[in-house]
Design a protein around this ligand. Sequence first.
Ligand code: NAD
Ligand code: LMR
Length: 329
Amino acid sequence: MTTTITITGAGGQIGYALLFRIAAGDMLGPDERVRLRLLEIPQGMRAAEGAALELQDGAFALLEDVEVTDAAGTGFDGCDIALLVGARPRGPGMERADLLAANAGIFGPQGRAIAENASPGVRVTVVGNPANTNALIAAASTDGVPAERFTALTRLDENRARAQLALALDAPVASIRRVPIWGNHSASQFPDISHATVDGRPVAEALAERMDDVPAWLEETFIPRVAKRGAEIIEVRGSSSVASAANATIEHTRDWVLGTDDWTSAGVVSHGEYGVPEGLVSSFPVRSVDGEWRIVEGLEMDAWAQRRLDATVAELVAEREAVRVLGVL
Ligand code: NAD
Ligand code: LMR
């Protein structure tokens, strides 16, 4: 079988970190051939063309074809998976929501081009920031493609949360499970350890053996560290995360297609679960079953967790209002 994958912003940093791993089979496995469509704007074409030359030189057995284009219709033609990366990244001192005005205009036209050209079962992963609201814009701009087909990347936040817990517990990161991210891919997000386990034991119990005040550590250290990790990377590296973002994009998309055996996190359209207003693209704990994300329902939330969820959802509501004012929704 061959899967057609469109990567927007393929000439940029994350694009460069994605392409070779996809061609090597990291996303869809060692038996699935891939056809890559690299969609750029005119200024990014040379970089994307250069990446296409290097893809040839990689002589990847699974890579059937590479096409570089700045025409959305061609870029999304017959695509099964669209990775919407192309957008401006933030710089030091900016919040991701500051990118709304710069990037929101990209996702309506791309949503329409997907509806007109992509294959009927297309899966869309939005990476470009602010990812949740950009996914909402793309989903709202399509006719005929179910909103469930548009998702936003919050897997990077979950990976960051698991890595921080592994460090705090001096445990292998693979032993940490069930750390969902709720809400927005922003500083308001809520990385939730209430159901997390380390080697099958509750993380909260393991933390309590190592520190006196777990709630204070969560509030003052863990949550801000995870939620502001993107800014920390920008400060230290001088530009926003690339390889870890590409890795999370691959994991999110792979799990969506191939399924999960446990919970993970993804920004998906709300149908009102946990009181999140219908239509918002919010991160939830999810499983992937039969090629579809399913929100894990029925989890208990104490008052503190509910306040955290309410705060991040309020930000998503405000972003939706802001793009309505901009006229892109
Ligand atoms: P970059 O500037 O290196 O690359 C962006 C590329 O997108 C450029 O080549 C540009 O020409 C292209 N582009 C711009 N508008 C386009 C359009 N309309 N169609 C097609 N291509 C277009 O940036 P980057 O470091 O690759 O980051 C890309 C985006 O991903 C940023 O918005 C960044 O904030 C976001 N990001 C999200 C996450 C996440 O977890 N959701 C993580 C890291 C970065
Ligand atoms: C990240 O989380 O690293 C990205 O969203 C980039 C950013 O602006 O923080």
